[in-house]
Write a protein that binds this ligand. Structure first.
Ligand code: PLP
Length: 411
């Protein structure tokens, strides 16, 4: 039989840079390829399988609901959808209502609609987003994303977006204008290389939104569901930065496609009957998986374990920075959403990690992004760190850096 990578290349549109490995099976923090080789999974399909692979309670919930009813559609009340909505409202006390969709981009489209309908009576249709942000690949979400490389060749984009520098409150104040309806922000910019918003920045955005009557929209698609420590990243700030609405996706369906928007008091009455819809959004099997996962994620023992794993990993990465100062420029992130900013391209480093049995993700050109499952054990964390250490140990630092052997000769 032909190699699956070759078959993929000839049959599937080539819009992804694929890893030279095709996982076929997973359990906990590990995945296996068809040859039976095991890998530690520190990517979780980009923050999707937050409980690790094949959690028995999740499998049971999916199988039970699939056996009862896979789809009825939104012409009907679908029980698992209501169950998950109630559980989300309990987990995110700022919220009053939930709407479901299938993907992150779709949830953000709903945030864009919400912003425009909120601003329309006052002639405000503009959304302020940030340089470096990523909100998805549909036209609205793409136009909201503050990355020129995603926009190139895709014009005309959707009008009505402005971008301000991230973590620069003064610049945001200057960018708010008479047409601004909302501010859209990620608590940690994931695709941009795991760049956390400073606490004072998020609190400042909240105050600014209040002062100008804007909606504060949080894209917690990557940061949500325990990834950064608390269940939602904004909860780190207690009541100091509650959003008016928040999008969730990635991990929400426990590995099945599912997304949602949670609406706070100022946002829950904006969109009404007939103003939005979806055929598959809130699919009962995906919602049953999401509910089972949410219950597991809220268990104190799991949260303690995730905190411990995050401490071990963050300390270990700082150790790597100390051991490889010419290569590792910065360790950043929150909880189990961590980035290693390198002085060299991160893709070759990540490929070498893969050859040695560790799946990590290269993003923003020079960042190794680590998104391990929240069930990661200390032993697994240390094993991943050892692989990273070995790979960094054989990676050449950039020319001209302190530990470059050629530097002395040139000087
Ligand atoms: C992944 C991601 C999206 C897009 O989600 P899709 O399900 O791929 O459409 C949007 N925002 C953020 C912050 C993301 O990480």
């Amino acid at each position: 039989m032909k190699d699956p990578l070759q078959r993929d290349r000839s049959a599937v549109l080539g819009t992804f840079t694929r890893f030279p490995m095709a996982p076929v099976r997973g359990r906990g923090a590990r995945v296996w390829d068809a040859q039976g080789r095991a890998y530690l999974d520190f990517a979780c399909g980009i923050s999707v399988t937050n409980l690790g692979h094949g959690h028995p309670a999740l499998i049971r919930a999916i199988a039970a609901q699939a056996g009862r009813l896979c789809h009825a559609g939104n012409l009907f009340v679908q029980g698992p959808q209501v169950d998950l909505a109630e559980a989300l409202l309990e987990a995110a006390p700022f919220a009053r209502k939930v709407a479901f969709a299938n993907s992150g981009a779709e949830a953000n489209e709903l945030l864009i609609k919400l912003a425009r309908r909120h601003g329309a009576p006052r002639g405000r249709g503009e959304i302020l987003a940030f340089h470096g942000s990523f909100h998805g690949r549909t036209y609205g979400a793409l136009s909201a994303s503050g990355q020129v490389k995603l926009h190139r060749g895709m014009e005309p984009l959707l009008p009505g977006f402005r971008h301000a520098p991230f973590n620069d409150l003064a610049a945001v104040e200057r960018a708010v204008g008479p047409r601004t309806a909302a501010i859209l922000v990620e608590p940690v910019q994931g695709e941009n290389g795991v760049v956390p918003a400073e606490d004072a920045f998020l609190e400042g955005l909240r105050r600014l939104a209040d002062r100008h009557g804007l909606l504060l929209l949080l894209d917690e698609i990557q940061t949500g569901l325990g990834r950064t420590g608390p269940l939602f990243a904004h909860q780190r700030l207690g009541r100091r930065c509650l959003p008016d609405a928040m999008s969730l996706a990635k991990s929400l369906g426990g590995g099945l496609p599912l997304s949602a928007v949670l609406f706070g008091p100022r946002a829950s009455g904006v969109l009404g009957l007939g103003e939005h819809g979806t055929t598959m959004g809130g699919n009962p099997v995906a919602c049953a998986a999401g509910l089972a996962q949410l219950r597991l994620l809220r268990a104190p023992a799991l949260q303690r374990g995730a905190r411990r794993a995050a401490e071990v990993l963050a300390a270990g990465l700082e150790g790597l920075k100390a051991r490889h100062p010419a290569l590792v420029l910065e360790v950043r992130g929150r909880g189990l959403m961590l980035g290693l900013k390198l002085a060299v391209e991160s893709r070759p480093v990540v490929l070498e990690c893969l050859r040695r049995g560790l799946v990590a993700n290269a993003t923003a050109g020079d960042v190794v992004r680590l998104l391990p499952p929240l069930t990661l054990t200390e032993t697994e964390a240390r094993r991943g760190l050892d692989i990273l250490d070995a790979v960094l140990g054989r990676t050449r630092p950039p020319r001209g850096s302190a530990s470059d052997p050629k530097k002395g000769k040139r000087a």
